[in-house]
Write a protein that binds this ligand. Structure first.
Ligand code: AMP
Ligand code: MG
Length: 353
């Protein structure tokens, strides 16, 4: 096989409004997947870097393309919820979750069956499965006829790509094919839950299926400590991806915990070349300060913020700021997904004002 960095990447686009019109592209992508190659495709969360989940060598190519540590397992994507049966031992809770949230941005972790390669599970006894709702992802999975392991299609450590341009920046020459399907709906990765032996859920990563959604569906849910806090020395991490530095821009990022007035006063006192990720309500008031403002949208619009967060982190990183500040997100609703991504991007540096 050619060096991972020197592939000729094929480009194509398939409209989410009419995936049937992109059938030729989807057939070509399926042939690549079945032959052990790698294909980047859009999902409703972020773009995924896919390979045949039942082929250990194909799955290994994902780690090579991303520069991903070998102990960080992959999520397996399936066309229909029932296909999880072939890959894992599904407890009754899985069928309930599937009825409520699938297809959609929810990943479920269950005990793996022996057919799932160790390169996919990173040697764990469990496997993560997800059934995406994106029309292009769904059509590709149906056409491929195999489960597709697909982590986010970014270089390891970078923000997940939410549009074709970001995928191209990271993956050109490293994968066999990239399918452009426009901008992703949610912009943050899927919610991950593990089904425990007693049927309760452990929330390992917050996403567009929120803690409140899981609770009102009737689940007994615990939030894993690493979701909202830093891991303590020697603490074991239940989802290996949570221990890695992630999304972090080159300049240090600090999250400001205080009212708009306090944020304004703090920023006015700073001397460095600053970028600030501002709520729309702040942008107008902070215009007179010497900072580069990047708009997160309205303070209440967490959906809009989730959709643009990774793009902003990439944009900010292209300029050489001395330091980046952003407001500390709330912890409820979709805010929890923002909080979880932003404390990672900020390496847990929170300034209490
Ligand atoms: P990504 O697909 O890039 O969003 O990353 C997949 C995430 O799922 C990583 O944070 C992994 O650590 C997590 N994950 C995948 N499989 C498992 C598993 N069996 N147990 C716990 N976490 C998992
Ligand atoms: Mg990722």
């Amino acid at each position: 096989m050619k060096d991972v960095n020197q592939k000729k990447t094929l480009y194509a686009s398939v409209s989410p409004d009419d995936p049937a019109a992109g059938r030729e592209t989807l057939v070509q992508a399926s042939l690549i997947l079945r032959a052990g190659g790698t294909v980047v495709f859009p999902t409703e969360t972020v773009y995924g870097l896919g390979a045949n989940a039942l082929d250990p060598e194909a799955a290994a190519r994902i780690y090579a393309a991303k520069g991903r540590p070998a102990d960080n397992p992959l999520i397996v994507h399936i066309a229909e919820p029932y296909e999880a049966d072939a890959l894992c031992v599904c407890p009754p809770m899985y069928a309930r979750l599937a009825r409520a949230f699938m297809p959609g941005p929810l990943t479920v972790i269950m005990p793996a069956k022996p057919c799932v390669p160790k390169t996919v599970t990173a040697g764990l006894s469990t496997v993560a499965v997800r059934c995406p709702a994106h029309p292009v992802a769904h059509a590709l999975l149906l056409e491929a006829g195999v489960p597709v392991a697909a982590p986010s299609a970014n270089l390891s450590g970078s923000p997940s790509p939410t549009c074709f341009r970001h995928v191209k920046e990271d993956m050109d020459g490293r994968v066999d094919m990239i399918i452009d399907g426009g901008e992703c709906d949610f912009g943050v990765e899927s919610t991950i839950v593990k089904i425990e032996d007693d049927g309760s859920l452990l929330l390992l990563r917050p996403g567009a299926v929120t803690l409140e959604d899981l609770k009102s569906f009737g689940a007994d849910v615990t939030v894993a400590p690493a979701v909202l806090g830093a891991l303590k020395e020697g603490e074991t991490v239940l989802s290996p991806g949570m221990k890695y530095r992630h999304y972090a821009p080159k300049a240090p990022l600090y999250l400001l915990d205080g009212t708009l007035e306090k944020r304004r006063k703090f920023l006015a006192e700073q001397k460095a070349r600053i970028a600030y990720l501002a709520y729309a309500e702040e942008a107008e008031q902070f215009e007179s300060l010497s900072l580069a403002l990047y708009s997160l949208g309205e303070e209440k619009d967490t959906k809009g913020q989730a959709k643009c967060l990774f793009r902003l982190l990439r944009d900010v990183d292209k300029e050489n700021y001395d330091v980046i500040y952003a407001p500390l997100p709330p912890m409820d609703g979709l805010g929890m997904a923002l909080y979880n991504r932003m404390i990672r991007a900020a390496a847990h540096q929170i300034i209490k004002l």
